[in-house]
Design a protein around this ligand. Structure first.
Ligand SMILES: Cc1cc2nc3c(=O)[nH]c(=O)nc-3n(C[C@H](O)[C@H](O)[C@H](O)COP(=O)(O)OP(=O)(O)OC[C@H]3O[C@@H](n4cnc5c(N)ncnc54)[C@H](O)[C@@H]3O)c2cc1C
Length: 595
């Protein structure tokens, strides 16, 4: 059976010593998040993840979800008690407003614990995860009546949430969606249509399921400008606000898929289902973007989460399994072979995974902190900058942490040799589960297009220019730091690559959009590499300043990983820049029929 130990010490190091969340006491919820509270929350989350969620991960994958003849769906054994424990712990409400029953703690803390839950059991964590996204959209765009009727029960976890965008003929291109909404006399709407691939669409974990559904009101314009967002509950609330009559929404079937077997992926049929408008008519995509942006960050964290748990298991295996002898002489003379850990190629794989994981965690938490600042700061300039950063980094987190997350799971599986391919070790599950993160919530190619097409040029390139200036400024400030010197030169060079690529895109992407499309994925990875390099430089600085803190091994590992990342992973920025600046002609000139 695979193991999992939540990275509590690493997360505390990031929150307290690198991001210094204690300096943000002016933001709502931050003064309550004292170092003791933060440590206690992480410890409790670790307990739930390690003791309840992780043990049902592999069995849940093997059993999968079952659709019954009456259209109900049963989650695997152990999921209902685990969900009850999750609800009891108040985990869904952690970042939400106390007015609706939440705990009002920082979003950055919620992001940290979500990684633990997702590493322990990604399929499970999606049920509350989608609920959180739906709550965020409802609280931002819902009417007061909808908010008070639904948000408290969802925050409590008695009712869960889903996100319904995809239809059989449209996934990326939502402008084509057909689900129809007809106005009813009482101000509600009747929705008819079919949605596919709806995660957590039907299950037996909660009393009610609240679907957020994109549909087109009769007579609305074609394309994305005619889409509205609706709230459609499985059970309509009765006079007392509890689950009442069954609504016209049902699960037609569940998909048989590559991974996340314990999360029900449903075809949802809407047949004159009663729904209420969320936000303005024909501005549904705008309202849904609250949920989608939150979900994109969460999916980036899912990529990291699978990479982390795969790494931990690969380390145990590399220390246990003996095979071959060390190139530099026998290390284990009393045994017939040395452990895999002595081999440089095994260490290469482990280092590559770990260095990306730790930088990815830092970047995800940094992004979540930007979200806290963007939503809660009293300073308009600070809100604007944080919001720019969040917009810029969200597609990068989603695309880069999931591309690297999947690659890392494959690397960790490789450490196991043939045993990694055998189900009982659990490694092939991590690979299968990680794979979906590159696809849903907007496939990664679409994230890259969002970055170069929308986020980069927005406000005259304000976000990327601020990022380049901030990293450049940090390098200058730390110029005299002898211990950091070996890291600063390479980071400065990579920052130059990002600058050149950004300039090239601004000059060549606007005039020829295919240039932007052809460069998008490489640019996204280039920005991700520089951002992770920046995280490593800051982590190294924080670690150096803690050199005498009484945990020499923690500090030594941080310094070794910083060096490895900067020397062996960051140089990839030169390759990415070279690809970006070749332009589109090498991709676009071959006629379609010659492929
Ligand atoms: C397990 C699972 C769970 C899911 N959960 C949900 C859910 O809860 N709610 C929900 O609404 N949906 C959900 N989805 C749907 C998912 O978000 C879509 O599958 C995804 O957005 C891609 O849409 P598509 O499958 O129609 O692919 P397509 O849109 O057909 O895209 C196919 C490929 O073409 C690329 N492509 C498409 N258009 C362009 C373009 N203009 N430029 C460049 N490249 C392009 C894409 O990047 C992709 O690689 C889920 C899917 C799965 C498999």
């Amino acid at each position: 059976m695979p193991i999992y130990k939540a990275p509590v010490a690493d997360t505390l190091f990031l929150l307290n010593d690198v991001l210094r969340i204690g300096d943000h006491g002016e933001l709502a919820g931050f003064s309550e998040a004292s170092p003791d509270i933060v440590a206690a929350v992480l410890e409790e989350a670790a307990k739930l993840a390690e003791q309840q969620l992780q043990p049902i991960n592999l069995p849940g994958d093997q059993e999968g979800c079952r659709r019954n003849d009456d259209g109900s769906v049963t989650a695997p054994k152990g999921f209902k008690p685990a969900f009850d424990a999750y609800v009891q712990g108040g985990w869904i409400g952690l970042p939400f407003d106390a007015d609706y029953g939440g705990q009002g703690l920082p979003y950055v803390l919620a992001t940290a614990v979500n990684e633990f839950f997702s590493s322990a059991n990604m399929a499970f964590a999606m049920y509350p995860g989608l609920t959180s996204g739906a709550i965020a959209a409802l609280l931002t765009h819902g009417s007061d009546a909808l908010k008070s009727a639904y948000a408290p029960k969802m925050i409590e976890g008695r009712w869960t949430g889903t996100m319904n965008l995809t239809e059989p003929h449209c996934g990326t291109d939502l402008g084509m969606l057909k689900t129809k909404a007809v106005r009813r006399d009482d101000g509600s709407f009747a929705l008819t249509g079919q949605k596919i691939f709806i995660s957590a669409g039907e299950h037996d974990l909660s009393e009610n399921i609240v679907h957020l559904v994109l549909a087109r009101i009769e007579g609305a314009p074609a394309g994305v400008k005619g889409i509205s967002l609706f709230l459609v509950p499985k059970f309509l609330p009765d006079a007392s606000g509890e689950s009442g009559k069954r609504n016209g929404v049902s699960c037609g079937s569940i998909e048989h898929k590559m991974g996340i077997h314990a999360n029900s992926t449903c075809v949802m049929n809407y047949d004159d289902a009663v729904g209420w408008l969320v936000g303005e008519e024909n501005r549904g995509l705008n309202a849904m973007f609250v949920m989608m942006n939150e979900a994109r960050l969460a999916v980036g964290v899912q990529g990291l989460s699978q990479s982390e748990v795969a790494y931990q298991n690969a380390v145990v295996y590399a220390n246990d399994r003996i095979q071959g002898r060390s190139l530099s002489g026998v290390k284990n003379p009393e045994k017939p072979a040395d452990p895999l850990m002595v081999h440089p190629d095994i260490r290469r794989m482990l280092f590559e995974i770990r260095c990306v994981n730790e930088a990815g965690r830092a970047l995800a938490l940094w992004a979540a902190l930007q979200s806290d600042i963007a939503h809660k700061s009293a300073d308009a300039k600070a809100r604007e900058k944080a919001s720019d950063y969040l917009g810029l980094i969200t597609p990068v987190l989603k695309g880069v942490l999931t591309d690297r997350g999947f690659d890392n799971c494959v690397k960790a599986q490789q450490v196991f040799g043939g045993h990694g391919y055998i189900a009982e070790w659990g490694m092939e599950q991590f690979v299968r589960d990680a794979r979906i993160t590159q696809i849903y919530e907007g496939a990664n190619g679409i994230q890259a297009l969002d970055l170069v097409g929308r986020k980069l040029p927005a406000n005259g390139g304000r976000a990327i220019m601020a990022f380049l200036a901030d990293v450049g400024g940090w390098l200058k400030t730390n110029d005299g730091d002898e211990a950091l010197k070996p890291l600063l030169g390479p980071l400065s060079q990579s920052l130059g690559h990002l600058q050149q690529a950004s300039l090239w895109l601004m000059q060549n992407g606007m005039t020829s959009p295919d240039n932007a499309g052809a460069a998008a994925t490489d640019y996204m990875h280039l920005l991700g590499l520089v951002a992770m390099g920046y995280m490593w430089a800051q982590m190294a600085k924080a670690a150096n300043s803690e050199a005498n803190s009484g945990r020499p091994e923690f500090i030594q590992a941080k310094q070794a990983c910083a060096t490895f990342f900067i020397e062996r992973i960051l140089p990839e920025t030169a390759l990415r820049l070279a690809r970006v600046t070749t332009g589109a002609s090498n991709m676009m000139s071959l006629p379609a029929e010659l492929f």
